[in-house]
Unconditional design. Structure first.
Length: 117
């Protein structure tokens, strides 16, 4: 089992950068593929980026490709999301999640990102 805690959200202006971090507890963090999702009120949770257990494979949603970078440090049990050139439409609650047996089973509580125009 793993517990996830996100941090790094906040209020920024359009064009700014923000780095989100997800800290994990549990001994098997390096076994999990990880992901960042985001959600705005009234909308379904949207996948933003994924990274495999070793960090060798990443995926980015088209809407954020070129503006975000996902990375992980298995020794520190963290997965980060660097976001650049933020837009107002990036405003959302951002969640990290751990994949188990093909599904995202473990979730953090989320961190709010607000981008003002």
């Amino acid at each position: 089992q793993v517990q996830l805690v996100e941090s790094g959200g906040g209020l920024v202006q359009a064009g700014d950068s923000l780095r989100l971090s997800c800290a994990a507890s549990g001994r098997t963090f390096s076994n999990y593929d990880m992901a960042w999702f985001r959600q705005t009120p009234g909308k379904e949770r949207e996948l933003v980026a994924t990274i495999n257990w070793s960090g060798s494979l990443t995926y980015y949603t088209d809407s954020m490709k070129g503006r975000v970078t996902i990375s992980r440090d298995n020794g520190k049990k963290t997965v980060d999301l660097q976001m650049n050139s933020l837009k107002p439409e990036d405003t959302a609650v951002y969640y990290c999640a751990a994949m188990v047996s093909g599904g995202y089973r473990y979730w953090g509580q989320g961190t709010q990102v607000t981008v003002s125009s």
